[in-house]
Design a binder for this molecule. Structure first.
Ligand code: GDP
Ligand code: MG
Length: 439
């Protein structure tokens, strides 16, 4: 799925304007990915509408290609959808875990404790599950592995009493994580029990623990727990499986909360702090979108900052010399593989690229290096006015640069093609030009 989204985006390469059809296609790909990741239909529709509206209404900043523009919008809207991670100050606090049986609460309690211990705090886990046989042993073992304090009582049968005693017994700890019992489904006694524990524990935040495979069942659970104890964050477990956890977004939406942690395996270290960009990439099944959009921004910035003496507008005022061409090639060289950066260069990515003959910019790194050696072998006068370069000069330059006459000719031809294109651009209005050349 991710590859088809990427190929829809790649189709925009070199395009300056987004057309409705382009946007439709991209939005369709995103919808497909998100729906198969269990994101709620209405959330997907909301997202689609925002992306469409922005992509078609907003004017891309000068020098931005259609692809960069839509990429940025998709990323921003996805961040809006998944939200920021739950605020978790590194200080004394009590965290209550809620969720159905098997969602991963007990495992997550030990993982969260381990996470806080790595941050230099002293956590303790309090196990209040008297419902599930073996709950005490399981929690105790995991806390031993996490090397964190633990309190539980296998002989007691009142979870509220265990919670009260547990908090007293672990008062030396900074962070208290209270694990609770679950049920197979939402039942009144489960809700009543967790409400009582909530009263006694008075947590700073309650986290809802959800299996990544939860799907649409997340909605009712989230609503119930939100109503009874209030939910401040979500932990999505079992993300090491095939489920992408999109259902949890429904819970986030329903509780007006955010995602705190991700569980990615069965051991206590398999925990990640939620971070939007990684999760977005997972949902879309696409490489790091954040990195991609940051790279776009960086490349644009470098392209405008890299040479104080060289103003692309000067190039458009007068002659396009070989010196200008060399500056352009240097600039491109600094930015990485050509085919990837072409689209990101202000002025080059936009309309100008479209107008160049196909092979005009077909400059491989290797060919570019040879071009540079050739230009190093040319006199200032030749660089300023390539027209003076006749057959005998071509021979001299080829010899001097250790290349051949054919390559020198190619360079001159390429320059002349670019020059013609730029001539056409010079006929355009001042405003168009500035939009094209400046970020
Ligand atoms: P609880 O009933 O909510 O306390 O859930 P448990 O912590 O007992 O977890 C139920 C099962 O899910 C156990 O077999 C755990 O090992 C497993 N589990 C929990 N979190 C993860 C996870 O992030 N990845 C995987 N693969 N398994 C997990
Ligand atoms: Mg448990």
């Amino acid at each position: 799925l991710g590859t088809s989204l990427r190929s829809s985006l790649d189709k925009l390469q070199g395009k300056r304007r987004l057309e409705e059809g382009d946007v439709e296609e991209i939005v369709k790909e995103i919808q497909r990915s998100l729906l198969s990741a269990d994101v709620d239909v209405s959330l997907v529709m909301e997202l689609s509408d925002s992306i469409k509206a922005r992509a078609l209404d907003e004017e891309p900043p000068g020098g931005t290609t259609a692809r960069d523009h839509v990429l940025k919008i998709v990323y921003e809207e996805m961040v809006e959808l998944v939200g920021d991670s739950t605020d978790l100050p590194l200080e004394n606090q009590t965290i209550l875990l809620a969720g159905l049986q098997g969602s991963g609460k007990t495992t997550s309690a030990a993982k969260i404790a381990w996470w806080f211990s790595k941050k230099g705090l002293r956590p303790a886990v309090i196990q209040t599950d008297t419902f599930r046989p073996g709950a005490y042993d399981q929690a105790k073992q995991m806390c031993e592995r996490a090397e964190v304090d633990f309190y539980g009582n296998p002989d007691a049968d009142d979870p509220v009493e265990i919670a009260r005693t547990g908090l007293e017994e672990t008062e030396d700890a900074d962070v208290h994580i209270v694990d609770t019992a679950g049920r197979h489904a939402l039942e009144d006694d489960l809700i009543a029990e967790i409400e009582e524990i909530d009263d006694v524990v008075d947590p700073d935040r309650s986290l809802l623990v959800l299996d990544a495979a939860i799907g649409q069942g997340a909605k009712e659970q989230a609503r119930q727990f939100e109503e009874s104890i209030g939910i401040e964050g979500v932990m999505i477990t079992k993300l090491d499986g095939t489920a992408k956890g999109g259902g949890a977004l429904t819970a986030v939406n329903e509780t007006d909360s955010s995602i705190a942690f991700l569980g990615t395996g069965e051991t206590v270290q398999d925990i990640e702090r939620f971070e939007p960009s990684g999760f977005i990439s997972r949902l879309l099944g696409m490489g790091d979108l954040k990195q991609l959009s940051e790279r776009v921004e960086r490349a644009m910035q470098e392209a405008t900052e890299e040479d104080d003496d060289w103003d692309p507008e000067d190039m458009l005022q007068g002659e396009f010399t070989l010196k200008d061409m060399k500056k352009q090639m240097d600039a491109m060289n600094r930015m990485g593989p050509l085919d990837q950066v072409m689209d990101m260069i202000p002025g080059m990515g936009g309309g100008m690229m479209d107008q160049l003959p196909d092979d005009a910019m077909d400059v491989t790194q290797d060919r570019m290096r040879r071009f540079e050696r050739i230009m190093d072998s040319m006199t200032d006068k030749e660089l300023e006015n390539p027209r003076v370069v006749g057959q005998s000069r071509v021979r001299r330059i080829a010899r001097g640069s250790g290349t051949d006459e054919e390559t020198v000719q190619q360079l001159l031809e390429q320059h002349s093609m670019m020059e013609q294109t730029i001539d056409q651009f010079q006929g355009m209005g001042e405003g168009d030009m500035q939009r094209m050349m400046k970020k």
